[in-house]
Unconditional design. Structure first.
Length: 104
């Protein structure tokens, strides 16, 4: 089970975007990267193709997983995650407040 999953609310803990919050759009476990909605946006020059128009496009660049932490739904602060078995399912629980972050 992963510490972060798509749809989690996270807060950036380091770097240029420290303190920014957003939802996880994509997780790349192999590279240790995560894409957060509205954080670390970059501008790319794109050539036109038959499917889309060319121009300058803004999109989110990946961040290192180590620079983001899930937000505890109870305290609304960033927290670490621990794992526990409940009703035969493995769940992620916030260390700060024993609130279930999500189930699998």
């Amino acid at each position: 089970m992963r510490r972060l999953r798509v749809g989690d609310l996270v807060q950036v803990t380091g770097g240029d975007h420290k303190g920014a919050r957003g939802k996880v759009v994509r997780v790349d476990e192999a590279r240790g990267r995560v894409v957060v909605e509205g954080v670390n946006t970059v501008r790319r020059h794109v050539k036109p193709t038959q499917q889309r128009q060319g121009g300058i496009v803004e999109l989110e660049a990946p961040l290192a997983i180590s620079r983001v932490m899930p937000v505890d739904p109870q305290t609304d602060k960033p927290t670490r995650v621990r794992y526990q078995m409940k009703d035969g399912k493995k769940v992620r629980i916030a260390k700060s407040g024993a609130e279930i972050v999500s189930q699998r």
